[in-house]
Design a protein around this ligand. Sequence first.
Ligand SMILES: [Zn+2]
Length: 281
Amino acid sequence: MVKTLCLALLLALAGPLAGHAEEAAASKNVTVADKDRIEHWTGKTVMVFTPHPDDDTFLCGGTMKLLTQNGNRVIIVIYTNDNKGSLDLEMTRERLAVIRRAEEEAACQVLGVPKENLVWLGYDDGDLEYANPQRLRGEACRLIKKHRPDAVFTIDPGDEFERWHKTDHRMAAMITKDAFIASEWQLYYPQHLLDEGLKPHPVPVAYYYYTTSPNYTVDITPVAEDKARASAKHVSQFSPSLEKYTPEMSDETYQLLRKTFLDEVKDGDKYVEKFRREVLP
Ligand SMILES: [Zn+2]
């Protein structure tokens, strides 16, 4: 099953994601001039590529909120419709896809990203590995050329060594990174220029999440509560809605989740999100 579900189960058990804490502890931050730090950007465009409609919220939600608060445009590309992450035996794929779309839109609304800025590629949950890679890369490449981001957030494909991820995540990681090259060189997909006038666009800098070698820390303390509220909008992914779907969330469940979300990003007296930052050649 998808990462979403695993995360949901972990959260349902009310345990912080220990693996993330260990990854964070091993980090060595790169030195970045204040003017180049995304926390200080205004008027820029940032794209977030996510395999499922929640990895973006859980891993980058605080940073996205800071970006939108500072007047930046955030575009989120969602590879799959997340239509298999339910233990409810009466759930259908079609119904779950509709639910997950609404939950992602509600989460993004909290983070200041309007639903018009969400791009749904619509692949079935768990099947991204079986999509045509050349076509998939072309879709990501076209969107980069269209929106011309100043930075891209995506899953870490690995630095010196390839990083293992579970299904959908590994394909999203590799395809998005490959799309960086294709979007720089127009002859990879010349139809983008010929048919739509979309010129090549080199991505200047990438921020990788789900990384084992973070080198960039964003202080999300001012928006940590917003991130918790946004994360809880993915109601169907948490008990008891996970087992028997209901759109409602009790205050008791919310308070449990809120504590888990905040514990996950707590770093001393701050709340943080950590990424591997790479300036692209
Ligand atoms: Zn996922």
